[in-house]
Write a protein that binds this ligand. Structure first.
Ligand code: ADP
Ligand code: MG
Ligand code: MG
Length: 203
C-alpha cells in the first residue's frame, strides 16, 4: 500500500505541476512544481527495483531520494518528513495507530528542521491539521478509509487557510505583507500527498 501511495503522489504531482509552479511564482521563485516533479520522478526510479523488508523502508527510500534530488527548501523538508515516518514503521504492515505515530514523527522532523510554527504559511499548516484530524477520527472509531479522508480534507482546508496569512518562513517571507492573499505552494503539495493517501486507502 505504501508503494501505491508514493506512486499516487507522483501522479498527483505531475497532474498539479503547473498549479504548484504558479502558486510559487506568486510568492516564491516559481520552481515548486518542478522541484516536486524532479523529486518524485527520481523516487519512482529508485523504487523500481527496490525490495523493501518493512513498510517504512519505502518511505525512508522516498525521503532520501527527495533529499538528494530536490535542491529547494521543500527537498530537505519532505525528505526528512518521509524518512522520519519511515523510520517509525518497522513492521511488515502498519496499524492506524502506527500510521498516526509515523505522521507525528514526520511533523516533528519538519518542525525541527524548518523551525516553523502553525500559521507561518508553510507546509506545516496542512500537515499538522491533517495529522490531528486523522488521530481524532481514529480515536472516534472511524475506519481507516474514513479517517484518512478526514485527514485529506483537513490538509486541503489547511492549505486554503494559508491564503490570508503573511509568510514568516521560507522564501515567501521575504515578501512580507505582499505574501498575503496567495495559497502556500508547500501546503498545497502536502494536501496532494494526503489526498493521494485517501485515494489509495479507499480502493
Ligand atoms: P524554495 O522555496 O527553496 O524554492 P520550494 O519552492 O520547492 O523551495 O518549496 C517552497 C515551500 O517550502 C513553501 O511553500 C513552504 O511550504 C515550504 N517551506 C519553506 N520554508 C519552510 C520552513 N522553514 N518550514 C516549513 N516549510 C517551509
Ligand atoms: Mg520555490
Ligand atoms: Mg527554489
Amino acid at each position: 500500500m505504501v508503494s501505491a501511495w508514493i506512486r499516487a503522489i507522483a501522479a498527483a504531482v505531475e497532474e498539479h505541476r503547473d498549479q504548484l509552479t504558479q502558486l510559487d511564482a506568486a510568492i516564491g521563485d516559481a520552481d515548486h512544481g518542478a522541484n516536486m516533479s524532479r523529486g518524485f520522478t527520481a523516487v519512482l526510479a529508485a523504487l523500481d527495483d527496490f525490495q523493501p523488508s518493512t513498510v517504512g523502508d519505502v518511505l525512508v527510500k522516498t525521503g532520501s531520494t527527495l533529499m538528494s534530488t530536490v535542491g529547494g527548501a521543500s527537498g530537505p523538508l519532505y525528505g526528512t518528513a518521509f524518512r522520519a515516518a519511515g523510520k517509525a514503521l518497522t513492521g511488515p504492515t502498519a496499524s492506524p495507530q502506527q500510521l498516526i505515530a509515523a505522521l507525528h514523527a514526520a511533523t516533528a522532523a519538519v518542525t525541527q528542521l524548518g523551525a516553523a510554527t502553525l500559521g507561518d504559511k508553510t507546509m506545516l499548516d496542512a500537515l499538522a491539521p491533517a495529522v490531528t484530524a486523522l488521530e481524532e477520527a481514529v480515536f472516534q472509531g472511524a475506519d481507516l478509509a474514513a479517517a484518512v479522508a478526514d485527514a485529506a480534507k483537513a490538509a486541503e482546508d489547511g492549505a486554503h487557510s494559508t491564503i490570508p496569512l503573511q509568510a514568516r518562513k521560507g522564501r515567501a517571507s521575504y515578501l512580507g505583507p505582499r505574501s498575503i492573499g496567495h495559497q502556500d505552494p508547500g501546503a498545497t503539495s502536502t494536501a496532494l500527498i494526503f489526498t493521494a493517501l485517501a485515494g489509495v486507502v479507499a480502493t
